[in-house]
Design a protein around this ligand. Structure first.
Ligand code: ADP
Length: 319
């Protein structure tokens, strides 16, 4: 292959820029031309495509968001949209495409591969909700943002002797909440993978009060439901002054952590290598700190699961 393309799609995640940089520079290293497609699959359909070089990815490794922009495209979900996308790629002489995004974006990449256009997926989402990789790009940064925010809220929780319910992102996955709970010593976590836990949270709060505990932090993953509803229910059942904070999009931005930059650099380079080896329809990932690649169709058929040992530990440490 002599000419490749790269796009970012779905929700942005810190570290996407570091991945774009790695893709571009790895291509330059192998004397392969590289084109950036702006605005995800919509930009692909519209032919929003530009040649990139070493300079076009200078000074972005430390920036959140995505230099190539991202978008959601309903048109691309149709056969016609996918056909238009392939026509654009062919028009620019692009022979392989790297897609940085989440599972929705991988479905798109899978469709292109099935239609004969080779694609490789790089997992970029703060949610860490993709099977076949221990971590997705952006998860570590979002986690650190959450920790910083909760540390601040904890000061107020302690000073005012309040219970706080803090809603974090993660779509249908509880990883951000689980890791944040452990890292911040939260009294309880509520995650979609363990849907029946509210009663336990309430009895734990009551036991805490009996022991003289005056403040608590409960981390709720957005996939469980609304923190406001849970906060009301907790206050009603425990009589504790309960406040709710929804962290929201603060979790998606910011300068990527060293971990995310390194992960993005490794995955970006690996994706280029796979295309140059003639592979297609694969997702790159990291498992036990080793780079791996899996069939996208296998990954999409599997559910990302939480680490049960960590979940158990989070309970043991927050007695
Ligand atoms: P994420 O990649 O973060 O999961 P989305 O689920 O919004 O984000 O998917 C991003 C884009 O990927 C969608 O807007 C659409 O263009 C494309 N996409 C999602 N699902 C499919 C599908 N089944 N077929 C083709 N393209 C899809």
């Amino acid at each position: 292959m002599k000419r490749l393309g790269v796009l970012t799609s779905g929700g942005d995640a810190p570290g996407m820029n570091a991945a774009i940089r790695a893709v571009v520079r790895k291509c330059v290293f192998h004397e392969v031309e590289i084109y950036g497609i702006k605005n995800g699959y919509q930009g692909l359909i519209d032919g929003n495509i530009e040649k990139m070089d070493v300079g076009s990815v200078g000074d972005i490794i430390q920036r959140g968001g995505t230099k190539l922009y991202t978008a959601r495209s309903d048109e691309f979900k149709t056969e016609d949209g996918q056909r238009k996308g392939i026509e654009q790629l062919k028009k620019f002489g692009i022979e392989g495409l790297i897609v940085i995004g989440g599972d929705g974006s991988f479905r798109g990449a899978q469709k292109l591969t099935e239609k004969g256009f080779p694609c490789i997926g790089i997992p970029g989402t703060i949610d860490n909700d993709i099977a076949g990789t221990d971590f997705t790009i952006g998860f570590d940064t979002a986690l650190n943002t959450i920790i910083e925010a909760i540390d601040k809220i904890r000061d107020t929780a302690t000073s005012h002797e309040r219970t706080y319910v803090i809603e974090v992102m993660g779509r249908n996955a509880g990883d951000l909440a689980l890791w944040a709970g452990l890292a911040d010593g939260a009294e309880s976590i509520l995650i979609p993978e363990k849907p029946d836990d509210l009663n336990e949270v309430i009895s734990r709060l009551k036991r805490g009060v009996e022991r003289g505990k005056k403040h608590s932090i409960i981390i709720l993953a957005e996939g469980v439901g609304s923190a406001i509803d849970y906060g009301e229910q907790i206050q009603k059942e425990t009589n504790l002054e309960t406040r709710v904070t929804v962290l929201g999009h603060i979790q998606r931005g910011g300068s990527p952590t060293a971990n995310d930059r390194v992960l993005a650099s490794r995955l970006g380079a690996k994706a280029v290598e796979l295309l140059l080896q003639g592979k297609a329809g694969r997702m790159v990932g990291i498992q036990s700190n080793r780079l791996v690649d899996h069939d996208i169709s296998d990954i999409l058929g599997q559910k990302h699961t939480i680490d049960e040992e960590m979940y158990q530990l989070s309970k043991e440490l927050s007695i």
